[in-house]
Design a protein. Structure first.
Length: 554
């Protein structure tokens, strides 16, 4: 599989120095599905729409950075949360403002959910009736948390719970909350038997264990990071990062029913209808039964697509016992035609195993510790956003990479081709077909690639691009590495300057004036380096290369 800044072959990464590519379109095969890809780099105020040749088709500029998802709606407007700069809720994914923009970037509607007591974050979802679902943190005092059965040892000065609100937009800056659901109304705990929600956690899989994943140093208890809607079932699905679970709730309830344990189509009020990914969160499993690890982008696959009705998730793999690697996981929920999910009296929710999974043939080659997402395309392919590295790629049904692109936009703006690329993270990317209603009547003339000083290449629609580096200077690096980075030069290079960076742009180490000699390996000790993904840069008169390597855990 083509990879960010490098080509992996078995345990080695081999590079060519002259004209080395670092960003933009790396490959497009005839099997890639035509369309346009929308994305909003996390550190940028600009949202981009590109074609599958990596050419810019349209951009939207704004005064605020994303917060975090972005969608092109069927009426041609852009829906995006924006970062309001909230100083109370400072965890990853902070938004606070929800906007719609016209094709020219003019803000048509803007609504703020950002104060010292609440803040929108991560994701929104447009409903068929035009309303918008939003994920919102709501702050609880330490006293409120203890009154709800929280173990004080797992509690700091405050605790952030979560709610889902449905907004009916009005005017340029207004909205009415027409439905809401609060996690706080559906708690169980086995710590304090003097509280009304005291009970056996395993006996209530429909409730949320107040003391699971508790951490006194982290107020962001749940960290929900995606919201999706199923119109056929009238149900809402959320991805709960810190529980490593997805939850499904009934949207057919009224707000009062959503705060209770009865009512709605399923007769269960706002209690969880279904949960999956980590049965230890409700004491019906052990760590060995866990499947998700800090996952994102839980969604139903839409009708008309391959595997429609199934659930697909970007499983980040953070803390995965088998090693730090990501996967795209698919499961078939045990749901009947009426929207009821079956579960045994003392068992965990099924299924017992995934129906499909994508991971790299070298597992560690595909890893994003945070953000990210995946999308099933109409032709059966799957578009994947490896968010932390800004890497988008499309796979066919056999798992073969048929399109490969690296976001060239960093905190400083678009970089020049061949330059080091860091801080180019993207929360998620979404592809739209050329026949999508939201693109009707729009001018979609491809411009230049986003990156500066782009390579010259041809990319006819439906042709094989096969963009690849050229040159004669080559070297290989052992990957993954342990207590030393080992480089195997294929040519002689004098006075190489080598630096090692983490994925957020922090430099860990540097080695100046290192001679590279063909046939002689160079070993750079890094014994105290934490496990994780790193960028290794080699600079000199004849080379200027960056590639991605993995430090194994001890």
């Amino acid at each position: 599989m083509s990879k960010l800044l490098l080509l992996l072959i078995c345990l080695y990464i081999t590079f060519s120095a002259a004209g080395q590519q670092t960003v933009g379109l790396f490959n497009r095969s005839p099997a890639s599905q035509d369309g346009y890809v929308l994305f909003a780099p996390i550190t940028s105020n600009t949202t981009y729409l590109i074609d599958k040749c990596g050419k810019s088709v349209h951009t939207w500029s704004n005064t605020r950075k994303p917060g975090q998802s972005v969608y092109l709606l069927a009426d041609g407007t852009l829906l995006r949360p924006a970062n309001a700069g909230n100083t109370t809720f400072t965890s990853g994914g902070t938004g606070g403002i929800i906007q719609t923009l016209d094709w020219n970037g003019t803000v048509l509607w803007s609504y703020t959910i950002s104060s010292s007591s609440e803040c929108q974050h991560h994701d929104v979802c447009r409903l068929p009736n035009g309303n918008i679902l939003a994920i919102v943190w709501e702050s609880k005092t330490a006293a409120e948390a203890i009154a709800a059965g929280r173990n004080p040892a797992q509690l700091g000065a405050s605790l952030w719970s979560e709610k889902i609100v449905e907004l009916q937009p009005s005017g340029a800056n207004g909205a009415t909350v027409v439905w809401e659901w609060h996690v706080w109304d559906h708690l169980v705990q086995d710590y304090d038997n003097t509280k009304s929600n005291y009970g056996t956690v395993s006996g209530h899989p429909e409730l949320v264990n107040m003391n699971y994943a508790g951490n006194a140093s982290n107020s962001d208890w749940l960290h929900i990071n995606s919201v999706a809607y199923n119109p056929a079932l009238n149900q809402v699905m959320i991805s709960v990062h810190n529980f490593s679970e997805l939850w499904i709730i009934d949207h057919s309830t009224s707000t009062s029913q959503a705060a209770s344990h009865s009512g709605g189509l399923q007769g269960r009020g706002g209690d969880l209808l279904y949960r999956w990914g980590n049965p230890a969160a409700y004491n019906r499993g052990t760590t060995a039964d866990r499947v998700f690890y800090a996952q994102h982008n839980a969604q139903w696959i839409e009708p008309g697509l391959a595997d429609s009705g199934k659930i697909m998730v970007f499983n980040n793999g953070q803390g995965r016992p088998g090693g730090a690697y990501s996967s795209i996981d698919m499961l078939v929920p045990p749901v009947d035609a009426t929207g009821n999910y079956s579960i045994g009296a003392s068992a965990a929710y099924g299924p017992a195993s995934l129906s499909w999974q994508y991971k790299s043939s070298i597992a560690s080659d595909f890893y994003s510790m945070n953000i990210s997402g995946a999308q099933r395309l109409s032709g059966g392919n799957t578009l994947i956003c490896e968010g932390s590295s800004g890497h988008f790629f499309e796979i066919d049904a056999g798992g073969n990479t048929v399109w490969d692109y690296v976001n060239p936009v960093t905190i400083a703006g678009p970089v020049s081709q061949g330059a080091t690329v860091t801080q180019n993270a993207v929360f998620r990317c979404t592809q739209y077909s050329s026949s999508y209603a939201g693109l009707a009547g729009k001018t979609l003339t491809p411009g230049a690639p986003i990156e500066q000083n782009p390579l010259s290449y041809n990319c006819e629609m439906g042709s094989t691009t096969g963009i690849s580096p050229a040159g004669t200077i080559s070297f290989a690096v052992v990957n993954p590495f342990a207590d030393a980075i080992v480089i195997h030069p294929g040519n002689n290079v004098d006075d190489a300057f080598i630096t090692l960076w983490n994925m957020t742009g922090q430099r860990y180490a540097s080695w100046n004036k290192q001679p590279l000699r063909a046939g002689q390996s160079l070993s750079l000790p890094v014994r105290d380096l934490p496990a994780g993904m790193y960028l290794l840069r080699m600079q000199g008169a004849e080379i200027n290369q960056v590639f991605k390597i993995l430090r194994e855990g001890k």
